[in-house]
Design a protein around this ligand. Structure first.
Ligand code: SF4
Length: 267
């Protein structure tokens, strides 16, 4: 697991994703070259200048792939919205992630490691846009498994029903919701999470979940910016999971619009 700062700010962990992006870029350039080179002679039969024209198009495509990769790496490295960060987020989420998952599978990299790295990369891009929102437009989404399995209270839908006995992290999360005046919801799955998002219309979502659910949620929610925070699973998946409260607070401090922040604890 990474620290909250690693997930909530443009810090390492995305290294794996960046490396795989480089490999993917090389594969793309090689494919583009082959796509030009193999039919090259056939093209000359149609028109003598056609191989050169197609060659120039392929060079432009290769240049765009390399430029895009370089720009992505630079944006996440310096944490600033250089140019077209929103579009790059779209490229990473919709195009690069599936290709990188495929490359990772071929070279034998664990899917969850790639997903963790993707979440870190996504967080970097969201944060590089310096996106801020008033607390009432920020939604903190939690997985159901974060609640103590034997708790008799149903906090799905309304986290404030929690009587704060302290047997699970929900207690601290209720305090955070009050302190930062943000909406916190517990969702039992992707469908309910989508329903909550449609109802609350947030400007930014701070989601806690496992790698798989975070990756799916970030993809589903695009263009809505989502900052992902991985949960911890000391007892295995989907059972009495926990989240580091400091990671939530660190992320909230980065995205809450300070003039409207009603936090008692933030500086
Ligand atoms: S802290 Fe709240 S949600 Fe967790 S076990 Fe106690 S009452 Fe239930």
């Amino acid at each position: 697991m990474t620290s909250g700062t690693e997930q909530a700010s443009p810090q390492p962990r995305k290294r794996l994703f960046v490396s795989l992006m480089g490999v993917t870029c090389l594969i793309m350039v090689a494919t583009i070259f082959l796509a030009w080179w193999i039919p090259n002679r056939g093209l000359a039969n149609i028109h003598p200048n056609l191989p050169h024209i197609v060659g120039v198009i392929m060079v432009i495509l290769s240049g765009a792939a390399m430029l895009g990769t370089g720009l992505l790496v630079l944006t996440t490295a310096i944490g600033k919205d250089l140019v077209m960060t929103r579009f790059m987020r779209l490229v990473v989420i919709k195009f690069l992630l599936p290709v990188i998952e495929l490359v990772g599978r071929v070279i034998g990299i664990d899917k969850d490691r790639i997903r963790q790295s993707f979440v870190a990369m996504n967080n970097s891009l969201v944060l590089s846009q310096r996106m801020k929102a008033p607390p009432e437009r920020i939604l903190v989404l939690l997985p159901h498994c974060i609640q103590f399995a034997e708790c008799e209270i149903k906090v799905t839908g309304d986290i404030n029903k929690c009587v704060q006995c302290g047997r699970c992290t929900i207690k601290e999360l209720v305090d955070i919701g009050v302190a930062y005046a943000v909406d916190i919801s517990v969702a039992t799955g992707g469908t309910l999470a989508r329903k909550v998002i449609v109802e609350k219309q947030p400007k930014l979502v701070l989601a806690v979940a496992c790698e798989r659910d975070l990756t799916a949620g970030i993809k589903d929610c695009y263009p809505l910016p989502v900052i992902g925070i991985l949960n911890e699973r000391p007892l295995g998946p989907c059972f009495n999971t926990i989240v580091d409260i400091q990671k939530i607070e660190a992320a909230l401090r980065l995205v809450i619009h300070h003039s409207e922040c009603q936090t008692k604890t933030a500086p």
